[in-house]
Design a protein. Sequence first.
Lengths: 194, 531
Amino acid sequence: VRRALVVGLVLVACATARAAPRETHGAEQRVAYLEAALEAIRASKTVALDHAIEYVRVLDAGACVASTERLEVECLMTAARRYCHGAADAPRCHAVLDVVIAKALADKQLLPPERRYQLGKHASDPRREVERELERIHGALAVDFRLRMGDSDADGDVARHIDHYCLVSADATNLPWQACAASLVWFLRTERGP
Amino acid sequence: MIGARTLSVLVLVAGGVAAAVGLGALAPERLFARGWGDLCFLGSFGVVVGTLVFRLWRLGERSAHYFRYTTDAIFWEGAEAHFLGGKRRRIVIGETPGVARELPPRLRHALCVAAALLYALAVFDTRALGLLEAFATGIGRGGTYCPEPSAAAAAAPVEDPNAPGCALIRRAYALGYADSLGDCAPDKKRAATSEAAVPICTLRQRDEPLLHYSWRRLISFWQGLEGRAHAGTVRELGRDFGKRLDHLKSLAASQRQVLDSAPHASHHIFTNLPDPGGAFRGETCGDRYLKLGHRPDAGTGPLRASRVFEHVVGQLLFEARYEPAAASCREVHVHFGAPPDTCEALAANPEAVLTRFGALAPVRAALARYRVAEELVALGGRAPAASPEVFLSFQCYVEDGARATTLHRFSLDGYALDATSSHVAPLADDATLFTDRYDALARLLVRGFHYGALLSEAGLAQPAAGGLEASFAGKDYLLSRLYGLENVDLYLDPSWIGTRSDLLEVYPYRKHLKNYVQIFRRQYARERGRL
């Protein structure tokens, strides 16, 4: 009887584990992760951030170009792990790289190729022109965020507000949650934040 | 005894009222159909013309004559004379200024303006105002002179100096290394074609005397008139007039349908679900479904299924976020609370069922429009849809768990129609994913609707559930990982993502929902439409 009970308990445990898969993006997990990302970006030096941006930009435009988004992301994540391997504060490095990758992919959605082409067609420095336009879009998003969610500056509050804002505004802006969150985390915690 | 000027004003007003009422210009639907611009123009016309009439005819002054109704025996008194009537009852006209009754001059002025306004309402319809506007635009455009030769030359196409590879070949030819320019040589044929393509300018030449230009215009007008005014043309005009006369009833009906805004289609969806509150009302439909959320806000309670149904139908047919709506709100009628066997009853007795739901009038109005359009094809009108099933459709959406789709054929007013009924499982209380509702309703609205891997934005290589589980198991790179969801189309296969409520919250709906709606509308437009 005892053996049957043990087997029964194991089966029930297996069935429960199958019925309720492990959540990775629940509301609390998202907020905690954003809070860590905000802290990581703020604590990082500008040189380190610039270096991370350049690293991701080069990979995104070269080695990690893929036909599907999923493959590209996997490639970027693998490269980012290698970049942070052996870093003094590895968790912070991973958080920063995650924001940088998500922002780089968001930039592609915010400024599609045809718009980039238009901007660069008559500009003497097309890359600078594109950067300026992206800055304007991120700034507009941050201003809308501040107007709607208030101007609390504690990491916990800001993370909660970003999560809520990006979920609610997805219907209006058509911006994926991760693109919205990465854009806000970056803009609010770098020197350019409002 | 009434002054002649006052009587003239009253006659003018009466004539205006008769013309406006007789021609239907005062009908509320006609007045509402006119835009603000039209009404402003008509008001200005009334003020200007009414005031001109008042001033030029001196209707503000005292009358020199008067009119009087009398039944007295014939007795010519003073300066009176018989004007109208018989021996017993008659109207006489007199010449004694100052004794007649007169309306105050300001009132007469106001009546003149009102009369001019009424005439304008009766005479100027929207088409006439459009023609006037086009005429004014044409006058203002100018351009009576031919363009300068330099301008014409600038407009002509030139050889592209940056054609790929041509610079080197031209250079080689110039230095004597090549015998000919080959493909880079100026294209003579194209040049000749472009020269021939430039139309001859018949407007006034820059150095042409006015008299010569006028004479040229007169000759051209006369030649045109000679070409048109022959017996054949007159016969053709007569034949055309006769043809129109034969179809006068249809032409009048067509005009009436335009003025009454008769429906161009009538699509009916019957469902056993209760009304969620104000859904699909003609007055609010346009605004209510202009922009919907990506996911239905189903809430809880007995109206949950109705809210999901409303959201899905609104998104498939009316939402304008991605592209123009697939159907007009006032031509799609959703009948909530219908019995589950409505389609069977409709097939058995269409008139009774449609009358019960108040649907017979719009259906018959659409059929009448179809008949008129068919008749007007003989006059060169656009041929209507081949079959009434394009603009008349009947669907029954029943949530009762029966899981069956049936086609019922029936006939109404001699036209063969059909109704499709679809029975699906009731919505589960804990459902967070509604892709099965999208699928059921899309298949109901478009027979044979299909959404497959070839149509999906996710691409043909759909990731396996095991691979996805592994991709979204890690706790690092939470932001970047989510980009992987771009390749997961939940409208295609919701089996894996349906188990991850955390990912459903941050799923990129806009990409796949937009594609789904666009694919649906493309197929809907092939099957359904309006007259």
